[in-house]
Design a protein around this ligand. Sequence first.
Ligand SMILES: [Zn+2]
Length: 172
Amino acid sequence: MKKVILGLILLILIAGTLIAPASADSWQNKRAPIVFGAFPSAYEQPVLNAMGTWNTAGSNFSFYYDSSRSRFEPRSIAFYMGNTINTSSAAASTNYISNGYIVDSVITFNSSCNWTTNGSRAPDVQTVALHELGHSAGVGHTSNSSDVMWSGALPVRRNLTTNDKNALKSLY
Ligand SMILES: [Zn+2]
């Protein structure tokens, strides 16, 4: 009887390991390069500003921009301006996962939106870049409507909340 119970416990432990939900996806080496594909050059600086905002959030993760990389460089976060599948979305991001780690990310800004870069109104390139870069790092949506990682349409919001920062810190 003892052997049966021990076997049962072992089985539960093994099964638990197999069915345990995987932790949120992250970049394995905690660094991710940003590249620009078919993306307006005037919108690059707002993206780099957003990059800097996440880089000072207090986590061990950082984005970096390497201008020597080509737009088709793999293992990167690539920005494009084009058609999003959900046409009502200002932007969309897709992460590609390998062995539980993010290895590639593509961010597409909706070319049908009337974008601004001066922060006077939404949709603001820097605000949306900040949100989408969060996803590229592995951060999901938060439940607080004042966060950058809130799922709804964002007003101009260029600073991360403590909640946003903690979401990144929980991954890295
Ligand atoms: Zn989102």
